[in-house]
Design a protein around this ligand. Structure first.
Ligand code: NAD
Length: 358
């Protein structure tokens, strides 16, 4: 066994029901005296509750998915004008993403309080969109110094969004098994992430107001993001990155739909990953495990339900082919990728439509 694994320096606090006190303690620990709170308008109530006890100089709610450059510039200017020395983000991946965009150019530390299962808070990956082009990068300055996980903050997340967001986390786990820098530590984290998500998501659906399922999903989401941050973007993330950035598709739902098709595509060529994923699901095969979970939680089924146009498939194939990871377990041809995208667009059975090259 020979590998190099980098562990990111971040403090993680799991304190159910105690976010206000934990955030206050983290702000004090980091010496924040002029705090900018970032939360979308829909997250403002949660943010007010969570930041009631910290020295806030500015509340900023212009949050847009995939962080358009212009909104990042406005947020950076506002932070500078108010001499902000600490950012507290309270919200989903879009909100965390805006805080990261400010930190990227200012190095202002972030305390992240996630309210979805996107996992951005545990990665040093930033993303910005200019026109229809999304750029991502890795920078230590954008990694939140502290993350405060409080599952009670996800109770208001509607069930359908909880499912899509949890499957986005699951996609981090699955892709981490074969991503460019994958190593045994990432794979162990991803396996435990799959176990937590596979147990937690059905519990959220069965009892949306209960904490047990939501805590498990939050824990799984954290593990998934740590694995993903270390392993890098595999084929699944490259596909979703192009779809989300170019066609403005909803992030979590796109991941939720595309995942079984990438798994069915890669699994025959990645037996170790296939076995690990199947074991984590406790099922005979990886795809069977994923499909069983998707059925149980009524997962999003087809890209055509989420704004993707059939006429864009060919252009998307061309754009994705340029960014396919060189180490993908199965060679990715234009024909294979077109079949994968068409199946995901239609929502057909992944095994019969993309399992073998036709
Ligand atoms: P989101 O942040 O856009 O949130 C979706 C919707 O849910 C929004 O309207 C939001 O206000 C609302 N919401 C959030 N929390 C809520 C709550 N508890 N109750 C009720 N409503 C709530 O979506 P997302 O899927 O969390 O994040 C997607 C974005 O995150 C994308 O831009 C994606 O690229 C980015 N992302 C980045 C990374 C990374 O490592 N950099 C990882 C994952 C996702």
């Amino acid at each position: 066994m020979r590998f190099e694994h980098e562990t990111l320096a971040q403090r993680v606090c799991f304190t159910p029901g105690e976010a206000p006190a934990t955030v206050r303690a983290e702000v004090q620990r980091l010496g924040g005296s002029r705090v900018m709170v970032i939360a979308a308008a829909t997250e403002a109530d949660l943010a007010e509750r969570v930041t009631a006890e910290v020295p806030v100089v500015l509340r900023h709610d212009e949050v847009v998915m995939h962080v358009p450059v212009e909104s990042a510039e406005r947020a950076r200017a506002a932070a500078a004008a108010h001499e902000v020395d600490l950012l507290v983000s309270v919200g989903g991946g879009s909100t965390t993403g805006l805080a990261k965009a400010i930190a990227l150019t200012s190095a202002i530390p972030i305390v992240a309080v996630p309210t979805t299962y996107a996992g951005s808070e545990a990665t040093s990956v930033w993303g910005l969109t200019e026109g229809a082009h999304k750029t991502t990068g890795v920078d230590a300055r954008v990694l939140p110094r502290s993350v405060v996980y409080d599952a009670t903050l996800t109770l208001s997340l509607p069930v359908a969004m909880s499912v899509a967001s949890g499957l986005n986390a699951l996609a981090h786990c699955v892709d981490s098994m074969w991503a460019p820098r994958t190593d045994p530590v990432d794979q162990a984290l991803a396996g435990e992430g799959i176990r937590a998500l596979a147990a937690g998501l059905p519990a959220v659906v069965a009892d949306p107001a209960g904490l047990d399922g939501r805590e498990r999903v939050l824990y799984g989401a954290y593990l998934s993001a740590v694995a993903f941050s270390s392993a890098g973007s595999g084929l699944h993330h490259k596909i979703c990155h192009v779809l989300g950035g170019t066609y403005d598709l909803p992030h979590a739902q796109t991941h939720a739909v595309v995942l079984p098709y990438v798994l069915a595509f890669n699994a025959p060529a990645a037996p170790d990953a296939e076995r690990r994923i199947a074991e984590a699901f406790g099922s005979a095969s990886a795809v069977e495990g994923l499909q069983g979970l998707r059925d149980a939680v009524n997962a999003p089924r087809a890209l055509r339900d989420h704004g993707f146009d059939e006429a864009d498939i060919d252009d998307a194939v061309d754009a994705i082919l340029e960014v396919v990871p060189a180490n993908n377990p199965r060679p990715v041809t234009s024909h294979g990728l077109r079949g994968l995208l068409r199946a995901a667009w239609q929502g057909t059975d992944p095994l019969t439509t993309v399992g073998e090259e036709r």
